[in-house]
Design a protein around this ligand. Structure first.
Ligand code: BGP
Length: 484
């Protein structure tokens, strides 16, 4: 193990020769999300979100205090400056601005975000802002969330309000992870409202959110607002579990629902015949159907060439095998390795690859999957413009000893993924930045506080931050653009 906080100078002479590099203007960032970092869920006039009541019902943990970013943001900005972190990816809590999701504005919330952005800008840290990160205001969530088209309008109005109000922000993402929103809410059921195996709702939610994204992009571009706009998708490569035709087909089905449906919507503005054929096959196998209004494609086609960037969240890859049985799942939320089961009727089974490393939460570590994904996007969607890796990182049970956190597994994970990105850049893919998930340890939606990802360890009782070894490694990479 290299003690990065003690000695980073050993390598200085030979670094440029022996290690892969990143472009000089590559943004090195840290990612967070409002509900996972802010805490203070009842402060400052904030409205409720579905998670508030859901977590109380479950009785496991709540999103208070999280990392107390609501109060600690100056500390985090200073840490970023010290550790050469160029940008914080953060989200605005819709329910701090519009407590009900629409109507009356909560000025305290508006002022809070102005203060955060001012502090970041003062320290030279770029705010990279997501408008929606799993936290629809409760009233709108309860009336159908994005299954209800009225809520598309409420979201677009909220987005426009933010563009008008927060002119100090120059990087906007509409949504975080449209696929996990839809699948965790209606397919896997790990998020409220805990619906399982409803492919119709999953597809409807995906489409409506993509339509809302397109409307928002068009408003941003037609309005001449300054800065960049894009969307953050969770994209994880699907490989067939074997060379058998059935397994190849199963991988294609999984890919169609979780990747192609979204990238078609983003970059074509409609769904290709092949994508739709796969989606219909999945629906039919489940005795379901979904209506997609082709009139929506007008708005979506208009937006297709206006995305400034694609944000990619990537934590692993999947190997898919034909599966003929009923849908059955076990989602590992405890870090009990080997407990994950994922079999979906009409799609396939995501198998366990014994030969590949996995996290305690059964997420397969396969950096080549990220490389393959980046090269594929360049080939299949040449109008992608530019890419930021908006999330990637290792969820880990960090060991804290006297303020020192030797997270060499995380450093290794990061090194491998940075190398994959560097290789993709060499192949011509325009990757302009990376945001580690997460900047500091945060609250995890279905895992609570034990699954830590941060560069900075958070003692959730005192809210004190401790740089992990990975933070020193990250600083070194940021300063030298060398993946050591
Ligand atoms: C992504 C989300 C993040 C974060 C991350 C890690 O899907 O955008 O909000 O939670 O995954 O997931 P988890 O906390 O479940 O390990």
């Amino acid at each position: 193990m290299d003690y990065w906080h003690i000695d980073q100078t050993n390598f200085q002479g030979e670094i440029k020769m022996n290690f892969k590099t990143l472009p000089e203007d590559f943004i090195m960032g840290g990612a967070t999300a409002a509900y996972q970092a802010e805490g203070s869920t009842k402060e400052g006039g904030k409205g409720q979100v579905a998670w508030d009541t859901f977590l109380v019902e479950k009785g496991r943990y709540t999103a208070d205090p999280a990392s107390d970013f609501y109060n600690q943001y100056p500390v985090d900005a200073e840490l970023c400056k010290k550790f050469k972190i160029d940008s914080i990816r953060m989200s605005i809590a819709w329910s701090r601005i519009f407590p009900k999701g629409y109507g009356e504005v909560n000025q305290t919330g508006v002022e809070y975000y102005h203060k955060v952005f001012a502090e970041l800008n003062k320290q030279g840290i770029i705010p990279f802002v997501t408008l929606h990160h799993f936290d629809t205001p409760k009233e709108l969530f309860d009336n159908g969330d994005f299954l209800n088209r009225e809520n598309v309008e409420h979201f677009v109005n909220y987005a426009q309000f933010c563009f008008d109000e927060f002119s100090e922000v120059h990087y906007w993402s509409t949504f975080n992870e449209i696929y996990p929103v839809a699948s965790n809410q209606y397919l896997i059921g790990s998020f409220p409202p805990e619906v399982q195996f409803d492919i119709e709702k999953t597809v409807t939610c995906l489409h409506n959110m993509m339509y809302a994204h397109a409307k928002t992009v068009n408003i941003f571009k037609d309005g001449g607002y300054k800065g960049e706009i894009g969307v953050v998708h969770s994209l994880e490569t699907k490989y067939p579990a074997s060379d058998k035709e059935e397994d190849k087909h199963a991988a294609k089905l999984d890919d169609a629902l979780s990747i192609k449906f979204l990238l078609d919507a983003t970059y074509l503005g409609y769904y290709s015949d092949e994508t739709m054929a796969h989606i219909k096959e999945i629906l039919a196998a489940n005795g379901q159907s979904a209506d997609i209004d082709s009139n929506d494609f007008r708005e979506m086609k208009k937006a297709a060439n206006r995305n400034d960037f694609l944000g990619i969240n990537n934590y692993g890859s999947h190997w898919v095998k034909e599966y003929k049985g009923e849908s059955t799942l076990h989602y590992n939320t405890t870090g009990e390795k080997g407990s994950q089961v994922y079999c979906i009727k009409g799609i396939g089974e995501r198998i366990v690859r014994e030969d590949l490393p996995k996290t305690d939460w059964d997420w397969i570590i396969y950096p080549k999957g990220l490389y393959d994904l980046l090269v594929r996007i360049q080939d299949e969607y040449p109008n992608y413009n530019k890419i930021y890796i908006t999330e990637n990182g290792l969820g880990y049970k960090d060991n804290f000893e006297d303020g020192i956190i030797l997270d060499d597994d995380r450093i290794d994970y990061l090194r491998q993924h940075f190398n994959a990105i560097s290789d993709a850049i060499k192949m011509g893919v325009n990757v302009k930045g990376y945001f580690i998930w997460s900047l500091m340890d945060v609250f995890s939606w279905v895992n609570g506080y034990t699954k830590r990802y941060g560069l900075f360890y958070v003692d959730f009782d005192t809210q004190k931050r401790y740089p992990k070894e990975s933070a020193y490694w990250y600083k070194f990479v940021s300063e030298t653009k060398t993946i050591i």
